[in-house]
Design a protein. Structure first.
Lengths: 138, 166
Protein backbone atom coordinates (compact mmCIF):
# COMPACT_ATOMS: atom_id res chain seq x y z
CA UNK A 1 0.00 0.00 0.00
CA UNK A 2 1.60 3.30 -1.05
CA UNK A 3 1.37 6.63 0.85
CA UNK A 4 -1.38 8.16 -1.24
CA UNK A 5 -3.65 5.18 -0.73
CA UNK A 6 -2.90 5.21 2.99
CA UNK A 7 -3.96 8.86 3.22
CA UNK A 8 -7.17 8.08 1.37
CA UNK A 9 -8.02 5.33 3.86
CA UNK A 10 -10.48 6.85 6.38
CA UNK A 11 -9.65 4.43 9.18
CA UNK A 12 -5.93 5.08 8.97
CA UNK A 13 -6.47 8.84 8.90
CA UNK A 14 -8.92 8.55 11.81
CA UNK A 15 -6.37 6.68 13.92
CA UNK A 16 -3.62 9.15 13.00
CA UNK A 17 -5.83 12.12 13.91
CA UNK A 18 -6.90 10.48 17.17
CA UNK A 19 -3.26 9.81 18.07
CA UNK A 20 -2.32 13.37 17.15
CA UNK A 21 -5.15 14.73 19.28
CA UNK A 22 -4.19 12.51 22.22
CA UNK A 23 -0.56 13.61 22.03
CA UNK A 24 -1.59 17.27 21.87
CA UNK A 25 -4.05 16.93 24.76
CA UNK A 26 -1.62 14.87 26.85
CA UNK A 27 1.24 17.23 26.13
CA UNK A 28 -0.85 20.25 27.03
CA UNK A 29 -1.86 18.70 30.32
CA UNK A 30 1.68 17.51 31.01
CA UNK A 31 3.01 21.04 30.53
CA UNK A 32 0.13 23.02 32.03
CA UNK A 33 -1.32 20.46 34.48
CA UNK A 34 -0.23 22.34 37.58
CA UNK A 35 -1.48 25.61 36.19
CA UNK A 36 -4.87 24.07 35.33
CA UNK A 37 -5.17 22.58 38.81
CA UNK A 38 -4.24 25.93 40.37
CA UNK A 39 -6.85 27.81 38.33
CA UNK A 40 -9.46 25.20 39.26
CA UNK A 41 -8.67 25.60 42.96
CA UNK A 42 -8.53 29.39 42.65
CA UNK A 43 -11.99 29.54 41.05
CA UNK A 44 -13.65 27.05 43.40
CA UNK A 45 -16.35 28.69 45.47
CA UNK A 46 -15.65 26.39 48.44
CA UNK A 47 -12.44 26.85 50.38
CA UNK A 48 -9.93 24.38 48.91
CA UNK A 49 -8.26 21.86 51.17
CA UNK A 50 -4.89 23.00 52.55
CA UNK A 51 -3.27 19.83 51.16
CA UNK A 52 -4.34 20.67 47.61
CA UNK A 53 -3.17 24.24 48.04
CA UNK A 54 0.19 23.10 49.38
CA UNK A 55 0.59 20.66 46.50
CA UNK A 56 0.01 23.52 44.06
CA UNK A 57 2.45 25.66 46.05
CA UNK A 58 5.18 23.03 46.03
CA UNK A 59 4.96 22.42 42.29
CA UNK A 60 4.48 25.99 41.09
CA UNK A 61 6.87 27.73 43.46
CA UNK A 62 9.74 25.73 41.94
CA UNK A 63 9.55 27.80 38.77
CA UNK A 64 11.06 31.24 38.47
CA UNK A 65 8.71 34.25 38.67
CA UNK A 66 8.77 36.37 35.54
CA UNK A 67 6.43 39.01 34.18
CA UNK A 68 4.86 36.47 31.85
CA UNK A 69 3.84 34.02 34.59
CA UNK A 70 3.04 36.61 37.24
CA UNK A 71 -0.67 35.92 37.01
CA UNK A 72 -0.08 32.30 38.03
CA UNK A 73 1.80 33.41 41.13
CA UNK A 74 -0.87 35.96 42.01
CA UNK A 75 -3.49 33.18 41.82
CA UNK A 76 -1.24 31.01 44.01
CA UNK A 77 -0.80 33.82 46.56
CA UNK A 78 -4.57 34.34 46.70
CA UNK A 79 -5.13 30.60 47.12
CA UNK A 80 -2.60 30.36 49.96
CA UNK A 81 -4.29 33.28 51.70
CA UNK A 82 -7.65 31.53 51.39
CA UNK A 83 -6.29 28.47 53.22
CA UNK A 84 -4.47 30.74 55.69
CA UNK A 85 -0.96 29.52 54.90
CA UNK A 86 0.45 32.95 55.60
CA UNK A 87 4.16 32.12 55.57
CA UNK A 88 3.92 30.52 52.14
CA UNK A 89 1.69 33.37 50.91
CA UNK A 90 4.29 35.87 52.15
CA UNK A 91 6.99 34.03 50.20
CA UNK A 92 4.90 34.20 47.02
CA UNK A 93 4.07 37.90 47.47
CA UNK A 94 7.76 38.60 48.05
CA UNK A 95 8.58 36.94 44.71
CA UNK A 96 5.78 38.84 42.95
CA UNK A 97 6.94 42.12 44.49
CA UNK A 98 10.49 41.45 43.30
CA UNK A 99 9.28 40.66 39.77
CA UNK A 100 7.16 43.82 39.54
CA UNK A 101 8.95 46.34 41.78
CA UNK A 102 7.09 49.33 40.30
CA UNK A 103 3.80 47.94 41.63
CA UNK A 104 2.87 48.76 45.23
CA UNK A 105 0.06 46.25 45.77
CA UNK A 106 2.24 43.07 45.95
CA UNK A 107 4.19 44.82 48.71
CA UNK A 108 0.92 45.53 50.52
CA UNK A 109 -0.15 41.92 50.20
CA UNK A 110 3.28 40.79 51.47
CA UNK A 111 2.95 43.12 54.46
CA UNK A 112 -0.50 41.80 55.38
CA UNK A 113 0.63 38.18 54.93
CA UNK A 114 3.59 38.81 57.25
CA UNK A 115 1.25 40.42 59.80
CA UNK A 116 -1.16 37.48 59.61
CA UNK A 117 1.77 35.06 59.93
CA UNK A 118 2.64 36.75 63.23
CA UNK A 119 5.89 38.16 61.81
CA UNK A 120 5.10 41.62 63.13
CA UNK A 121 8.63 43.05 63.11
CA UNK A 122 9.10 42.13 59.44
CA UNK A 123 5.66 43.50 58.58
CA UNK A 124 6.48 46.72 60.42
CA UNK A 125 9.38 47.62 58.09
CA UNK A 126 6.99 47.40 55.14
CA UNK A 127 4.22 49.32 56.95
CA UNK A 128 6.66 52.16 57.63
CA UNK A 129 7.47 52.44 53.92
CA UNK A 130 3.93 51.92 52.64
CA UNK A 131 2.59 54.57 55.01
CA UNK A 132 5.41 56.95 54.10
CA UNK A 133 6.58 57.14 57.68
CA UNK A 134 10.22 56.52 56.79
CA UNK A 135 10.30 59.70 54.69
CA UNK A 136 8.73 61.72 57.52
CA UNK A 137 11.29 60.45 60.02
CA UNK A 138 14.14 61.43 57.69
CA UNK B 1 -0.01 45.32 -4.41
CA UNK B 2 0.82 48.96 -3.91
CA UNK B 3 4.22 49.38 -2.25
CA UNK B 4 2.87 51.96 0.21
CA UNK B 5 0.11 49.59 1.41
CA UNK B 6 2.74 46.93 2.08
CA UNK B 7 4.86 49.43 4.02
CA UNK B 8 1.94 50.52 6.16
CA UNK B 9 0.90 46.93 6.79
CA UNK B 10 4.40 46.11 8.03
CA UNK B 11 4.49 49.24 10.23
CA UNK B 12 1.10 48.42 11.73
CA UNK B 13 2.09 44.81 12.37
CA UNK B 14 5.31 45.92 14.11
CA UNK B 15 3.35 48.46 16.20
CA UNK B 16 0.81 45.83 17.22
CA UNK B 17 3.50 43.33 18.21
CA UNK B 18 5.37 46.07 20.08
CA UNK B 19 2.24 47.04 22.00
CA UNK B 20 1.54 43.41 22.90
CA UNK B 21 5.08 43.03 24.26
CA UNK B 22 5.11 46.38 26.06
CA UNK B 23 1.72 45.97 27.75
CA UNK B 24 2.38 44.31 31.11
CA UNK B 25 1.22 40.71 31.16
CA UNK B 26 0.59 40.72 34.88
CA UNK B 27 -2.64 41.58 36.62
CA UNK B 28 -3.12 45.20 37.59
CA UNK B 29 -4.71 45.30 41.01
CA UNK B 30 -5.98 48.46 42.65
CA UNK B 31 -3.68 50.17 45.10
CA UNK B 32 -4.36 49.37 48.73
CA UNK B 33 -6.70 51.70 50.53
CA UNK B 34 -4.62 53.94 52.82
CA UNK B 35 -7.20 53.69 55.60
CA UNK B 36 -6.94 49.92 55.55
CA UNK B 37 -3.14 50.12 55.63
CA UNK B 38 -3.29 52.55 58.56
CA UNK B 39 -5.67 50.28 60.46
CA UNK B 40 -3.54 47.20 59.84
CA UNK B 41 -0.38 49.18 60.59
CA UNK B 42 -1.88 50.29 63.91
CA UNK B 43 -2.86 46.71 64.74
CA UNK B 44 0.64 45.54 63.80
CA UNK B 45 2.20 48.13 66.08
CA UNK B 46 -0.14 47.03 68.89
CA UNK B 47 0.91 43.41 68.40
CA UNK B 48 4.53 44.51 68.63
CA UNK B 49 3.75 46.28 71.88
CA UNK B 50 4.54 49.68 70.33
CA UNK B 51 1.38 51.36 71.63
CA UNK B 52 2.54 54.92 70.96
CA UNK B 53 3.08 54.16 67.27
CA UNK B 54 -0.31 52.41 67.16
CA UNK B 55 -1.93 55.51 68.68
CA UNK B 56 -0.28 57.76 66.07
CA UNK B 57 -1.60 55.55 63.26
CA UNK B 58 -5.11 55.29 64.74
CA UNK B 59 -5.23 59.07 65.13
CA UNK B 60 -4.02 59.57 61.54
CA UNK B 61 -6.75 57.19 60.36
CA UNK B 62 -9.46 58.88 62.43
CA UNK B 63 -8.43 62.34 61.26
CA UNK B 64 -9.57 61.39 57.77
CA UNK B 65 -12.45 59.11 58.77
CA UNK B 66 -13.81 60.11 62.20
CA UNK B 67 -16.79 57.77 61.95
CA UNK B 68 -14.70 54.57 61.91
CA UNK B 69 -15.91 53.61 65.38
CA UNK B 70 -14.21 50.20 65.42
CA UNK B 71 -10.88 51.97 64.94
CA UNK B 72 -11.81 54.53 67.60
CA UNK B 73 -12.55 51.74 70.06
CA UNK B 74 -9.23 50.08 69.23
CA UNK B 75 -7.54 53.45 69.79
CA UNK B 76 -9.19 53.54 73.22
CA UNK B 77 -7.66 50.17 74.10
CA UNK B 78 -4.25 51.24 72.76
CA UNK B 79 -4.45 54.36 74.95
CA UNK B 80 -5.26 52.21 77.98
CA UNK B 81 -2.27 49.97 77.16
CA UNK B 82 -0.10 53.09 76.93
CA UNK B 83 -1.41 54.28 80.32
CA UNK B 84 -3.20 57.34 78.86
CA UNK B 85 -6.47 56.61 80.64
CA UNK B 86 -8.28 59.94 80.34
CA UNK B 87 -7.65 60.05 76.59
CA UNK B 88 -8.95 56.47 76.33
CA UNK B 89 -12.13 57.47 78.18
CA UNK B 90 -12.65 60.28 75.66
CA UNK B 91 -12.47 57.81 72.79
CA UNK B 92 -14.92 55.35 74.37
CA UNK B 93 -17.29 58.19 75.26
CA UNK B 94 -17.10 59.38 71.68
CA UNK B 95 -18.15 55.94 70.40
CA UNK B 96 -20.93 55.72 73.00
CA UNK B 97 -22.20 59.14 71.94
CA UNK B 98 -22.92 57.65 68.49
CA UNK B 99 -23.75 54.10 69.65
CA UNK B 100 -25.01 54.14 73.25
CA UNK B 101 -25.50 50.35 73.31
CA UNK B 102 -21.95 49.50 72.22
CA UNK B 103 -20.93 46.92 74.84
CA UNK B 104 -17.27 46.91 73.82
CA UNK B 105 -16.97 50.62 74.59
CA UNK B 106 -18.66 50.11 77.97
CA UNK B 107 -16.08 47.39 78.65
CA UNK B 108 -13.40 49.88 77.68
CA UNK B 109 -14.81 52.43 80.12
CA UNK B 110 -14.95 49.72 82.80
CA UNK B 111 -11.27 48.95 82.24
CA UNK B 112 -10.41 52.66 82.21
CA UNK B 113 -12.32 53.06 85.48
CA UNK B 114 -10.39 50.16 87.01
CA UNK B 115 -7.03 51.55 85.89
CA UNK B 116 -7.79 55.00 87.30
CA UNK B 117 -9.59 53.69 90.38
CA UNK B 118 -12.81 55.59 89.64
CA UNK B 119 -15.33 53.50 91.60
CA UNK B 120 -18.41 55.38 90.37
CA UNK B 121 -17.42 54.85 86.73
CA UNK B 122 -16.84 51.16 87.39
CA UNK B 123 -20.32 50.73 88.87
CA UNK B 124 -21.92 52.78 86.10
CA UNK B 125 -20.20 50.74 83.37
CA UNK B 126 -21.08 47.45 85.07
CA UNK B 127 -24.72 48.47 85.50
CA UNK B 128 -24.95 49.36 81.82
CA UNK B 129 -23.21 46.14 80.79
CA UNK B 130 -25.54 43.99 82.91
CA UNK B 131 -28.46 45.82 81.33
CA UNK B 132 -27.10 45.19 77.84
CA UNK B 133 -25.93 41.61 78.45
CA UNK B 134 -28.27 40.27 81.18
CA UNK B 135 -27.15 36.66 80.65
CA UNK B 136 -23.47 37.37 81.40
CA UNK B 137 -23.21 35.98 84.96
CA UNK B 138 -19.60 37.13 85.35
CA UNK B 139 -20.58 40.78 84.78
CA UNK B 140 -23.51 40.53 87.21
CA UNK B 141 -21.19 38.94 89.77
CA UNK B 142 -18.69 41.80 89.38
CA UNK B 143 -21.48 44.34 89.77
CA UNK B 144 -22.84 42.59 92.87
CA UNK B 145 -19.36 42.57 94.43
CA UNK B 146 -18.75 46.20 93.53
CA UNK B 147 -22.09 47.27 95.04
CA UNK B 148 -21.44 45.15 98.13
CA UNK B 149 -17.97 46.69 98.59
CA UNK B 150 -19.48 50.15 98.34
CA UNK B 151 -22.05 49.32 101.02
CA UNK B 152 -24.99 49.29 98.62
CA UNK B 153 -26.21 45.98 100.01
CA UNK B 154 -29.84 46.18 98.91
CA UNK B 155 -28.83 46.72 95.29
CA UNK B 156 -26.18 43.98 95.52
CA UNK B 157 -28.82 41.66 96.96
CA UNK B 158 -31.00 41.98 93.85
CA UNK B 159 -28.17 40.76 91.65
CA UNK B 160 -27.15 38.01 94.03
CA UNK B 161 -30.76 36.76 94.03
CA UNK B 162 -30.65 36.61 90.22
CA UNK B 163 -27.33 34.76 90.34
CA UNK B 164 -28.67 32.23 92.87
CA UNK B 165 -31.86 31.77 90.86
CA UNK B 166 -33.99 32.93 93.75
Amino acid sequence: MNGARLIRNRWVMGVVLALYGTILWGGFHWIYGNEIELQRLARASDTPSPEQAMRAYETISRSRVTRTNLETFVALGNLLERVEHWNEAARIWRLVAAAAPEQEWPRGRLTLALHNAGRYAEAETHFVELLGEGAKQR
Amino acid sequence: MNKRVVQWTVILAVALIGTAVAVPAYPQEPQMDENFLLLMGARNATKMGNHNLAIIRYRRLLEGSPTLYDARRELGWALIAAGRISEAEEQFQSVLHAHPRDTESWKGLLEAGRKSGKRNEIVQALERLVELEPKRRDLRMQLALELHNRGRFAEAEQHIAVLLGE
